[in-house]
Design a protein around this ligand. Structure first.
Ligand SMILES: [Zn+2]
Ligand SMILES: [Zn+2]
Length: 306
């Protein structure tokens, strides 16, 4: 399986347009050892020809242009066979609206995420311009599904969606939400090799079941949004703690670094990194801690082959 990181930052990207925190100001000024990042999105493929995206970020246009295998092979064409959404947060699905130029799209999402996107949303009609414009496949947590290729039928990949503790998107606050399946993670497996990838970019709680599943995978992408629970407060940008935003921090007694210490997965990568997170600085003590614990920090353009 080919895996390409198209975007690695949390919502807002790095730097974020309205943020003057130490990281954002430093990366703009060129005074930090850090690399700008677009918002989280991954491309994967079993054969290098049919590609699937995990999430559709607001940066999708530049992300697709950054990777030739995702570009059209003829006048009107895309090698993107499907887009899988982890949640209805805008940093994960707003990019769908940028793909509105009359190209059939296939989107895999839970019933809750699909309803949240299409119901009472006039903008979503731009993806319904003709019969078959957008095909939604329902992801049912706990049920393995094949990912289809329009050319070959079988893409060679299956996905197991798993419900994780999360929260409704911010734009649903004070509004009835269409169901409970707000946040999922994926285990994507390649049938021919038996290799698999776990993708959990938003996780509020690590359960024993999750750890057991992660033991079996070859590559893990995990929620690297915040280093500490009070990171936004320390940075002076918000009053919310990480748990209020449904992200488990990396550090601390209950953090992911410690909780995933015993997981046997041979390659692990923090992704969806918020612009306030000190692990973005290549020479920070926090980066050193995650590196010493055998974690990598995702950066745009990173590739893996499993
Ligand atoms: Zn996000
Ligand atoms: Zn910032």
């Amino acid at each position: 399986m080919w895996i390409r990181v198209l975007g690695s930052a949390a919502g807002g990207g790095f730097p974020q347009w309205n943020c003057g925190c130490t990281n954002c100001a430093g990366v703009r000024a060129g005074t930090l050892r850090a690399t700008p990042r677009t918002q989280e999105c991954i491309a994967l493929s079993a054969d290098g020809k049919s590609w699937f995206l995990l999430n559709a970020s607001p940066d999708i246009r530049v992300q697709l242009e950054s990777f030739p295998p995702l570009q059209p092979q003829r006048t009107r064409h895309t090698p993107i066979e499907g887009i899988l959404l982890t949640s209805g947060d805008l940093d994960h699905c707003l990019g769908l609206l940028s793909l509105r130029e009359s190209q059939p799209l296939v989107v895999y999402a839970t019933q809750t995420v699909r309803a949240g996107f299409v119901e009472e949303n006039a903008f979503a009609r731009t993806l319904q311009r003709f019969d078959g414009h957008t095909t939604w496949h329902r992801l049912e947590p706990g049920r393995v599904q094949a990912l289809h290729s329009s050319q070959r039928g079988n893409s060679g990949l299956t996905v197991l969606p798993l419900l994780v503790e999360g929260k409704p998107p911010l734009h649903f606050l004070g509004f009835p939400t269409p169901g409970e399946e707000h946040t999922i993670g994926f285990i994507v497996s390649e049938s021919s090799s038996g290799k698999s990838l776990a993708y959990f970019s938003s996780v509020a709680k690590i359960t024993e079941r999750l750890c057991a599943l992660l033991d079996e995978v070859d590559l893990l992408f995990f929620d690297g949004t915040f280093w500490s629970e009070d990171e936004l407060i320390q940075a002076g940008v918000d009053r919310k703690r990480s748990w209020e935003l449904a992200h488990l921090p990396i550090s601390g007694v209950n953090g992911s670094l410690r909780a995933l210490e015993r997981v046997r997965c041979p390659a692990r990568v923090y992704i969806h990194v918020n612009n306030t997170n000190p692990i973005l600085r290549d020479d920070s003590p926090e980066r050193q801690i995650v590196t010493q614990a055998a974690w990598q920090v995702a950066v745009d353009g990173m590739e893996f082959r499993i």
